[in-house]
Design a protein around this ligand. Structure first.
Ligand code: NOJ
Length: 557
């Protein structure tokens, strides 16, 4: 067994700073707000905090449009607030992890302002510029991920620039070594400040094909998704190995790449000794309800077996080499109790069932703010209540496809990224105790009941605490091998973990109806390590109650 790295048995907690805790009454969360809550996070058991981008930004995409890679957005505080956060966290043995958004910058970044000013300026090829077609239209028929053409015309240059995401997020030209050097220098700047790692945004898009051609249209707009045309282009790993050499290898940090488009079978080229990152966020298990994630009207019915297969395939892919970041929520997804349990029932029990899976699979668990309280989706009536750029794009797309406004809103309710971006619910006072001002996004209606003050002694938070502590105590949970069991069950997700002769069986009923199962013989007299119900025991035959999770251990060391 290789030596365990610090981040392999650490629980990472993701913070969306804009919505976490506002100390100034501005309506926007800030860095001091995070520092103020470090004791809460320590009590939960978090060992690292991933902050979504806190750099200067026009906030067209809530910080994923960066205008200065080595600064702090004044709305969040100052560089010295960041230094204080890093130092205070360190005192509590918590590391701060930053988000690197290197596929694109903001169109307000000085690099882009210079690049667009002429075809001859020193940064003229820091972004991806192309002439239009003969008729003056965009160079290709590619659709950006947030909708509309992926090209925007720039009159100063008489050319188009490429943007995988919004118009305000021009793609950087990684072919240019000066661009790569500037990006690596910015990452090293933060490492020198003591950050403990990076989450690297949209990294599978940085390499573009050598020749840009039209794709076969996949929608009524005559365009094709840019994802299909540019994701994971051969040659990308050369850039990433350079990134590893110039930045990651120099420090005891972890890196997690956001890698939509890397298949499970390719994971070993991306993670582990011969790969690039410590871990990779792949999307297979969170996309189980989509035929096409870029089109929210194309949802497919929920099937537990699809989720099981996706999780088992990812576990298998990093069994020998590499490591897996386990997650069910982040700032881009709806709340997990709604997404993974669409058949209703007691969402509080469901939250604990999902916590069991999150914290007993092999890998490093990532908990998103509010997940530890069982926060739920918001269902606002009007699209105007939503801030998220992709929710607006998807609403318009659904109308164009002929859906009624009510149907379009149904897609937004289920999928909107704002479901996860509402203010963190601290107590039952106005705006969930998040701000004394007017919050940038309304608090969810559930806050009078679901809030930290109520929950800190409550069943979900304390269950998270217990599981996080257990992971540290029992190496079998973080490191043991994984084997799916009861694979055909449509109702139960179960797996076995093993380390030496120690074995752990984890059973999770994903439905609000009870189910009776025969327990594997070796576990019939085992010890109940964990359950989300009181009074649980093992036997030859066990009836799992609604959303019941049960973990049985044998030969415990
Ligand atoms: C992925 C980020 O998680 C998302 O929030 C953002 O909109 C896109 N990348 C573009 O940076």
């Amino acid at each position: 067994m290789k030596e365990t790295k610090w981040w392999q048995n650490t629980a990472v907690y993701q913070i969306y700073p804009k919505s976490f805790n506002d100390t100034t009454g501005s309506g926007t969360g800030d860095l001091r707000g995070i520092t103020e809550k470090l004791d809460y996070l320590k009590e939960l058991g978090a060992g690292a905090l991933w902050l979504t981008p806190v750099y200067p930004s026009p906030m067209v995409d809530n910080g994923y449009d960066i205008s200065d890679y080595t600064g702090i957005n004044p709305a969040f505080g100052t560089l010295s607030d960041m230094e204080e956060l890093i130092a205070e966290a360190k005192q509590r043995d918590i590391r701060i992890v930053m988000d690197l958004v290197y596929n694109h910058s903001s169109d307000q970044h000085p690099w882009f302002i210079e690049s667009k000013s002429s075809r001859t300026n020193p940064k003229h090829d820091w972004y991806i510029w192309r002439d239009g077609k003969e008729d003056g239209s965009a160079p290709t028929n590619w659709r950006g991920i947030f909708g509309g053409s992926a090209w925007t015309y720039c009159p100063e240059r008489g050319q188009y620039y490429l943007h995988t995401f919004a118009e305000a997020q021009p793609d950087l030209n990684w072919e240019n070594p000066e661009v790569r050097a500037a990006l690596f220098a910015a990452a090293n700047f933060w490492l020198d400040k003591g950050v403990g790692g990076f989450r690297i945004d949209a990294i599978t898009y940085i390499k573009k094909p050598a020749v840009f051609v039209d794709g076969t249209p996949d929608g009524a707009d005559g365009m094709v998704s840019i994802h299909a045309m540019t994701v994971n282009t051969p040659g990308i790993l050369d850039f990433l190995h350079e990134f590893r050499r110039e930045v990651f290898d120099r420090h005891d940090i972890f890196t997690v790449g956001e890698a939509n488009g890397v298949s499970v079978s390719e994971l070993s080229d991306w993670v582990g000794e011969n790969g690039v990152f410590s871990m990779l966020f792949e999307f297979s298990h969170v996309l189980v309800q989509y035929e096409d994630e870029e089109c929210w009207s194309k949802m497919v019915p929920w099937k537990l077996t699809k989720l099981k297969q996706a999780l088992s395939a990812s576990q298998a892919s990093v069994a020998r080499e590499g490591w897996y970041p386990i997650y069910f929520e982040n700032h881009d997804r709806a709340r997990s109790v709604n997404y993974f349990f669409p058949h209703g029932g007691d969402t509080r029990l469901a939250a604990k069932a999902l916590a069991t899976v999150l914290l007993t699979l092999r890998g490093t668990p990532f908990i998103y703010e509010g997940e530890e309280l069982g926060m739920t989706n918001v269902c606002w009536e009007s699209i105007d209540d939503y801030d998220d750029i992709s929710s607006h794009g998807q609403y318009e797309l659904a109308l164009k496809e002929g859906f009624s406004p009510a149907e379009a809103m149904r897609f937004v309710h289920f999928n909107s990224r704002d479901n996860a971006r509402t203010p963190m619910q601290w107590d039952d006072t106005a705006h969930a105790g998040f701000t004394t001002g007017t919050p940038w996004l309304k608090a969810g209606k559930s806050y009078p009941e679901i809030n930290v003050e109520n929950e800190i002694q409550g069943p979900i938070f304390t269950f998270y605490q217990k599981l996080i502590a257990l992971r540290k105590e029992l190496p079998i949970i973080a490191e043991g091998s994984y084997r799916p069991v009861y694979e055909d069950s449509q109702q139960v997700y179960a797996f076995e973990r093993q380390l030496g002769d120690e074995r752990l069986l984890v059973l999770n009923n994903f439905y609000p109806d009870p189910i009776t199962i025969d327990i594997l013989p070796e576990y019939q007299n085992g010890e109940v390590l964990l359950s989300n119900y009181e009074e649980t025991q093992t036997a030859e035959v066990v009836t799992l109650r609604p959303y019941e999770s049960l973990a049985i251990i044998v030969n415990k060391h």
